[in-house]
Design a protein around this ligand. Sequence first.
Ligand code: HEM
Length: 504
Amino acid sequence: MEHQLQVLIACFLFTTLLILLRAFKNSQSSLNLPPGPRKLPIIGNLHLLAGCLPYGPHRPLLELAKRYGPIMHFQLGEVSTVVISTKEAAEKVLKTDDIEFADRPFVFAADILFCNCSDIGYAPYGEYWRQMRRILILELLSAKRIKSFKSIRREEVSSMMTTIGASEGSPVTLISLLLATNFTTISRSAFSNLGKKELALIPLLKQITKELGGFSLGDVFPSLKFLHVITGLKRKLVSLHQKVDRTLDEIIKEHREMKARVETRQTDDMVDVLLNLQEGGDLELPLTDANIKALVLDVFLAGIDSTSSVVEWAMAELIKNPDEMKRAQAEVREVFDQKGSVDEDGLHKLKYLHLIIKETLRLHVPGPLLMPRQNREKVVIDGYDIPPKTHVIINAWAMARDPSYWTDPGKFYPDRFLNSSVDYRGTDMQLIPFGAGRRMCPGVSLGEVTVELLLANLLFHFDWKLPNGMKPEDLDMSEGFGATVNKLHELHLVPSSYHPSSFH
Ligand code: HEM
């Protein structure tokens, strides 16, 4: 009986795959697709992805682009995929034809975890996405709102410095401290509280990041929906979603209860702001609790790993480049010595620190392939047909290291930006760590202030060296691949206080 069932399933799979193969051939034969590696039956080029882990596909894709050109076509299972590797081609997708490529591909994990992709990052382009993005930019991330959370940032960063000060002379694992500080800062800004419930979110967020950054067979064979079930992914995601949802429901309930008691906080947190908007009723589309939860999750997921990773990479580069480290410390100490601490309002004076951050974002793009885009209609780029529903991947990492735009691109050289107008705010395609166009990252300003504040504090309060007499040139700079590209091996550094009495 069991054997018969297995034969039946095998026949079913085989027939389905034959149908897919025929459909695929018919759909592609009349198109002038961009060049790309030879496709195998059924899987297309999926096998090429297999060798990319744990370092990620951005480097192998650059090698392939040298062979096939700046616009390449891949077939990943059923999914037509285009990879863009030069700024000229990126400009067409992110500027000239931005509106055509303003959609995101469907991701099963996001569909479950964000209640039908009702967050911003994975929402289909349209009215709902527009309203959510407007709320995020105007209500949660406006200059005024970011400023209103300034004291939270100051307290949390100061607490991190105290922890580091207590480890004087012994190695600290920088990324763990950065992640914890960024979590607590966002948690207090979003919920006001940092209790058991809020802390329970930490492992759940980690799990969600892993699921969203991972590979799922069902996503490259979207017509075979049962793959999500038989691989166990659906069950795992539903359970994860329920856990996060329960916690966020409780937090929202507490906020409502507080409002009902007509109690007010000194500063509205993000959930207060969203509940006020929900009640205010003058939105074009209703804002449900599910929408609020998806938006809050976006802030946590987008704001913690990315900024922590930038600071870790910047510190790793500075340790490897002691002259740059000395110059950065001299600058931050000159600006803040009199005050005795780093003050957010004075960060704009740190010119060299800004060059360091730019150079770090160039060399270590946190999301080397950005977030994929998708077109609804057929688009023609440089004479090539891009079929509808193609996943368009921009290799921002390749552009940030392209020798035709950068001198000595592998070198950490912050001064390259000294007399250069090139910036990372989406106009210069060779440097787009935040993406560009309509779906560009709306969190640039919060990301900037977070990274600047953390880095300035680390450089102001401590001198740093590698543990166990390790030499800077021996520091391993390999990348580990995930939703954000962190250092593969965590950076351990030994602090010694610059103001010996500050943190004891
Ligand atoms: C160093 C920090 C950060 C980096 C490098 C970064 C990078 C990115 C990138 C590359 C994208 C995709 C853009 C595109 O498709 O063109 C993105 C999207 C997004 N980011 Fe960020 N981000 C950072 C921080 C933040 C923060 C702090 C927030 C919010 C609190 C945030 C919220 C978002 C959202 C909501 C999207 C989706 C936008 C959409 O689809 O319309 N990000 N980010």
